[in-house]
Design a protein around this ligand. Structure first.
Ligand SMILES: [Zn+2]
Length: 468
């Protein structure tokens, strides 16, 4: 009797069909409850073949974590933290936690005995909106690295009635700043985008089909192309090139990326290895490139569309551009965007459009395009006024396109001198920890002077080098 039921239990939790069937209540009953008829002191000994067969296989879906909520728990710190949300009373013994909150309210759960999200591929929430709202209620699942406050976020909507929300964890979005990694996530929770009252029944993490971890795979990227059948994939060194452009020369492109990587390594000898292969996507046309971003960002529950005037775009460590051979077989933009993705994945720092990312990427782009910027710099220097002041350029925030010349010139200033290069190498580590390329808090420690003195040094270098 007992043996038979146990065998069924494990296969139910592991069976691939089970996930699709969506009968989560049955999982609880089969896998996690303590059946009342379990003999308290059973002494049967299964044969080795018997128990060996019950070990989880590597390929089947597997439940890694489950938190079930009930009304009669005490939701106390430090294991549960509420901000702007209130727990609503509920009848004793009922399943689920009832919660009410304003827009921006959060509840966070800190599992006491480990949180295996780094191994998971999918999260499942059982919950519902309370009341009869006419519009859907927007909520976010948050996985939080509490040491840095970094969040991995998946937005979803509640439409009323019990719902089972499935979230593909490779499409968790992070914000600008320090990139949270799932290895460092210590809590999970919800954030109300709208004012709402909800009932949360359970939260689960699942592994799936042998894919361990939340990283994007090449298939995730390929499937967001307008025609995945036409997509080809080439991998070399740190980079993976994914393209549907029939006339792209992958050999030349990968060769240029390898050169850029070697140069970057020479400039920043302590640069860490990037997290996973660095993807560069090259689309056959600009239209396909734009269609990809609509589709791909939609999977993250958001809409991110590259600006009309830009030639390439990098987001969540994925570099993209469309095919053009106007500048030869390697469009300089490919190298520029791939440099952004490399730095983001190596340092765990999302700082696109900051002076440092744009300045260094532009230097690499110029290596390919062989464009001469001396006249641009000269004109810039002669027209420089208070809007060209360094503190605003170097504060780590997005810079406008009309300051790219100055960011590039400043990067060239840093690279031109061995001591400044070494200082940049060490400063980048601290910038990554701080989640910003803001120079102000690190300039004295790494460059040995305050920003004013650094500015004087820069401008005199610039005038000497490009002034006449
Ligand atoms: Zn850029």
């Amino acid at each position: 009797m007992v043996r038979e039921r146990r065998a069924i239990t494990l296969s139910s939790v592991r069976g691939p069909a089970f996930l699709r069937a969506g009968a989560m209540v049955a999982v609880v009953a089969a896998g996690f409850g303590t059946p009342a008829d379990d003999p308290p002191a059973a002494t049967w000994t299964p044969s080795v073949t018997d128990w060996a067969n019950t070990a989880p296989s590597d390929t089947a879906p597997l439940l890694l974590y489950r938190r079930e909520l009930a009304s009669d728990e005490s939701f106390a710190a430090p294991w549960v933290q509420l901000a702007g949300a209130t727990i609503l009373p509920q009848e004793h013994g009922m399943r689920g936690l009832r919660l009410e909150g304003e827009a921006g309210a959060t509840i966070r759960f800190r599992p006491a005995d480990g949180f295996p999200v780094a191994l998971a591929r999918r999260a499942v929430l059982e919950m519902r909106a309370i009341g009869s709202e006419t519009t859907p209620i927007r909520v976010e699942l948050e996985l939080v690295d509490e040491a840095t406050g970094g969040r991995l976020v998946a937005p979803f909507e509640l439409h009323g009635g019990p719902e089972r929300i499935e979230i593909a964890l490779q499409y968790l979005r992070y914000d600008r700043g320090r990139v949270p990694t799932t290895q460092r996530v210590t809590s999970w929770g919800l954030r109300f985008v709208d004012r709402a009252a909800i009932e949360l029944v359970s939260f689960e993490l699942w592994r799936e089909d042998g894919i361990a971890g939340t990283e994007l795979t090449v298939d995730d990227l390929r499937s967001a192309f307008p025609d995945p059948e036409r997509v080809r994939v080439y991998e070399r060194g740190a980079f993976v090139l994914v393209t549907d452009a029939p006339n792209l020369d992958p050999d030349r492109v990968l060769g240029s990326l390898a050169t850029m990587h070697a140069r970057t390594r020479e400039l920043l000898p302590h640069m860490p290895e990037p997290r996973g292969p660095v993807p560069l996507l090259v689309f056959a046309t600009e239209r396909e490139y734009r269609a990809f971003w609509e589709n791909f960002s939609g999977r993250f529950g958001t809409r991110v569309v590259p600006r009309q005037e830009d030639e390439g775009f990098t987001w969540q460590g994925v570099a993209t551009a469309w095919f053009s051979d106007r500048y030869g077989p390697v469009r300089p933009t490919y190298v520029h965007e791939a440099h952004h993705a490399l730095l983001e994945r190596a340092y765990g720092l999302a700082a696109q459009r900051s002076w440092l990312f744009e300045g260094l990427a532009n230097l690499e782009q110029l290596e390919i395009s062989k464009q001469e910027l001396a006249s641009v710099y000269r004109r810039g220097l002669r027209r420089a006024d208070k809007t060209s002041a360094l503190p605003e350029l170097l504060d780590g925030r997005s810079i406008r396109t009309d300051r790219y010349w100055q960011a590039t010139m400043f990067a060239e200033f840093l690279v031109a001198d061995p001591r400044r290069r070494a200082a940049l190498d060490s400063a980048l580590f601290e910038m990554a920890q701080r989640g910003s390329t803001d120079v102000r808090p690190v300039v004295r420690r790494h460059f040995g002077r305050d920003l004013d003195a650094f500015g004087v040094e820069f401008w005199s270098w610039a005038w000497t080098t490009y002034g006449s």
